[in-house]
Design a protein. Structure first.
Length: 416
């Protein structure tokens, strides 16, 4: 085993910092004065999370004793196992909050989709890095990689977990771009998401974005077929959003989107979550109201305050300083992981680390964006901070794999 000084202790420190901040916030959200309003199984969340953190620490240490080449060797087998587990969960799993994504083995259980994140990254990275000729003209390998990602995405959608499906979809442009897909094609792949987001606010915002993105794609790629396809895709995306509003979405879904653009539209219904989240963060001020002193938190105005809206708990009780520490810690983690990828010699390790960073960033961006009303409420946890055993353990596994590949980068670089 290498010298321990070569281990990225700064990343481990960030993991510890975020984990501790999460435990503090979960304690406040479940064990403070608010506990009188909560059932017993929710009050136990803090003690469960302590157990999850402890188990994750042992896993983090154990991963460092694995040869990095092992992750390549088992990637396809692990992927197949994950698919089987997801299919079994779809038919025989337990439904929680409307999503049938939980499996149980005796007293233990978890979300199969969380484990599938690791399997998909390893399998797609193995496939892409064994084929280095992805281009705008030859996209056969790119389409196969997309299929590797889309299969579990479809299963997650069938499990009725759209938030996690979004995480899988994020991997497509990131992994293809890092594997050599041209800039213009990569921008084309992510353009529907940008256009759809702006179209939810106002349809003409989406139209303006369509025109701008189409021009950029033409300037960068200089492919007429791609430019026309980009324009048509943008128009279809805008039309699809408008059709969804008028024909497809259920009334409560339309109300949620309307509340995103105007929370006062339904302040006691669809807009409640956004209003309470903004109130909690805004009332925290510079230093916060103090530990266990947040009124929105302790009077249980915040929904799901130990998971989806835990950032609001930190904002209310620890203020701008507390939320800044969280944001800066995540930014440092992202930069450090990308630095690991850039300094590595092996393409598989590079792609895995970048993909893990993309998953962490997407979770962070959506969770904080939802809590601060910059995005619609989607329901994704904040990595290492929100309550949840499956998510915390799997996130730690992904971080541990990144640390492993960085730790063994000198030995791993010969396997090319």
């Amino acid at each position: 085993m290498n010298n321990l000084r070569e281990l990225s202790w700064s990343v481990i420190f960030i993991w510890v910092l975020l984990s501790v901040m999460g435990l503090v916030a979960i304690y406040s959200a479940t064990q403070g004065p608010v506990s009188q309003f909560l059932p017993g199984y929710i009050q136990d969340n803090f003690f469960k999370q302590v157990g999850f953190v402890s188990i994750s620490l042992l896993i983090l240490i154990g991963i460092q004793f694995i040869s990095p080449r092992t992750f390549i060797q088992v990637s396809y087998l692990f992927y197949a196992f994950g698919l089987v587990l997801m299919i079994l969960t779809l038919f025989f799993g337990k439904e929680v909050n409307g999503a049938r994504s939980w499996f149980g083995i005796g007293p233990f259980g978890g979300q199969s989709s969380e484990l599938m994140k690791v399997a998909t990254i390893l399998a797609a990275a193995n496939y892409l890095t064994s084929r280095r000729d992805i281009s705008a003209e030859n996209v056969r390998y790119a389409l196969t990689a997309v299929a590797i990602i889309l299969i579990p995405t479809i299963l997650v959608i069938l499990q009725n977990d759209l938030g996690t499906a979004l995480i899988f979809l994020t991997l497509i442009p990131v992994m293809l771009f890092w594997s050599g897909l041209p800039y213009g094609v990569s921008l084309f792949i992510i353009s529907p998401a940008i256009i759809a987001y702006l179209s939810v606010i106002e349809w003409y915002y989406g139209l303006i974005a369509t025109v701008i993105l189409t021009i950029i794609i033409f300037v960068v790629q200089k492919r007429v077929w791609l430019t026309i396809t980009s324009l048509v895709t943008g128009v279809l995306t805008i039309s699809g959003i408008q059709l969804a509003f008028t024909q497809l979405l259920q009334p409560h879904q339309i109300a949620r989107l309307a509340a995103f653009t105007n929370p006062s539209f339904d302040p006691t219904g669809a807009g409640w979550n956004i209003i309470q989240a903004k109130t909690a963060i805004g009332s925290g001020g510079l230093t916060g109201k103090g530990f266990l002193e947040g009124t929105q938190t302790q009077l249980k105005f915040l929904p799901e305050q130990w998971t989806d809206f835990i950032f609001c708990v930190i904002g209310e009780e620890f203020g701008f300083i507390g939320t800044s520490i969280v944001i800066l810690a995540f930014l440092f983690l992202f930069v450090r992981l990308l630095n690991m990828a850039g300094n590595h010699k092996h393409p598989f390790a590079q792609l895995v680390i970048v993909s893990v960073t993309a998953i962490f960033f997407t979770h962070f961006f959506i969770n904080v964006g939802s809590a601060s009303a910059l995005l619609p409420v989607i329901g994704l946890p904040l990595p290492f901070i929100s309550y949840g055993g499956s998510a915390f353990i799997v996130n730690t596994i992904m971080l541990g794999i990144c640390l492993n590949m960085d730790f063994y980068k000198r030995e791993f670089s010969i396997y090319r």
